[in-house]
Write a protein that binds this ligand. Structure first.
Ligand code: SF4
Ligand code: SF4
Length: 114
């Protein structure tokens, strides 16, 4: 499903008019997509004049870039190569922990009996 960067949205409503299933509303003057209605056609992405709407895959790349920028910014707070390497190792440990949490959550979500 597409994702809207609300900071970039200029409230032109072009996406609202273009959406074939009325999945986009204006919420506090910013476009907002209803997940349960969206059929993932991508028309809103093409029509947005300021490129405020992204695909999920674009979001992955944006988040990766943002994480790297944050870590690189923090590195300048550490003196010496050893301290910087320790900081990166600590980040990698955190990622491993998050991966474990996500894997277990995914497994347990699949096992939920409804
Ligand atoms: S992808 Fe298509 S269905 Fe989904 S919000 Fe955009 S225009 Fe509407
Ligand atoms: S087309 Fe883009 S700028 Fe216009 S309302 Fe939709 S998201 Fe906002």
């Amino acid at each position: 499903m597409p994702w809207i960067n609300k900071k970039e949205c200029v409230s032109c409503k072009k996406c609202v008019k273009k959406c074939p299933v009325d999945a986009i509303d204006m919420v506090k003057s910013k476009a907002s997509i209803a997940e349960d209605k969206c059929i993932n056609c991508g028309k809103c992405i093409k029509i947005c004049p300021v490129k405020a709407i992204f695909r999920d895959n674009d979001l992955v790349e944006i988040n990766v870039r943002s994480n790297l920028k944050r870590v690189k910014g923090s590195l300048s707070l550490y003196n010496g190569k050893k301290a910087k390497k320790r900081m990166i190792k600590s980040q990698l440990r955190q990622i491993k922990r998050q991966q474990k949490v996500l894997r277990k959550t995914k497994k347990e979500l699949k096992d939920i009996k409804i």
